[in-house]
Ligand binder design. Sequence first.
Ligand code: GLV
Length: 311
Amino acid sequence: MAQAVLFHSGKVPPAGWLAAIARLAPEIEVRTLDTLGDPAEIDVAISWRLPSGTFKHLTGLKLMQCSGAGVDQLLADPELPPDLPLARMVDPLQADEMVAFALWAVVEQHRDLARYRAAIQQQEWLFQPQTSMRSRRVGVLGLGAMGGKLAARLAALGFATAGWARTARTIPGVTVHHGAEGLAALLADSHILVNLLPLTRETRGLLNLSLFRQLPKGARVINLGRGPHLVEEDLLTALAEGHLASALLDVFTTEPLPEGHPFWSHPQITITPHIASLADPNHAAEQVVENIRRVRAGLPALNLVDRQLGY
Ligand code: GLV
């Protein structure tokens, strides 16, 4: 029986991925839902999320390869077969793009650039006193492939940097906290909090009012993880009561952000439309091809997700 790979993407045009895989591995036949043919021939599916009703036709599937770093949307799919190996993207270039975006976000919050943008719109030449990076304490939630690199770069730039992870680790120049007690210590000392955690049972709703109130008054929050990390009404409350000064968000509970949502026009909230960092097929296709070859050789795929941990 012929073997083929299915590529499906909701928002990224498939041409870049198809070309990148064809260049690296011309022997691998890649189909889309439009050119699916016999679904039983598909042994690997590459997608961020498959349309409802697709999995049940893919009876020969041996690997679900996520085309993104976060797999929560696939784990939340009740149709994902329970024993199907699931691999996530761990792409150093995607991590670098995220680090660059997060550095911009931290500087944006550190220098209060939203106030300058508002003043400039009014043709007002605003001056605000400057706080040095050394006295600005930045806390990074999640020290994996992206958060760990970000914390190291922030420290190298001169920000007073701390981080929090589930388990202990060492990053030069960074104060690392871990476990439940470690979280309280990180929060008490973070003027700018950046979330880069994976979305799991434990981290869903973590960015809530009780967490915000553990941050110093006037703190700023950046969410680059997933929308459901944040309890959106709690952010509005913490801003309204003056405990938080501002927020920068790239991800939302409902995407696209619904029309009329208060985040579109809130003066203390800067938003971007889930664009912080996408895997570039020209680079990320290498690990996908490697995983296809491994599966076909009877080897376990790389970067397999631990379904209990949720990442
Ligand atoms: C993007 O959100 C990703 O998970 O890669």
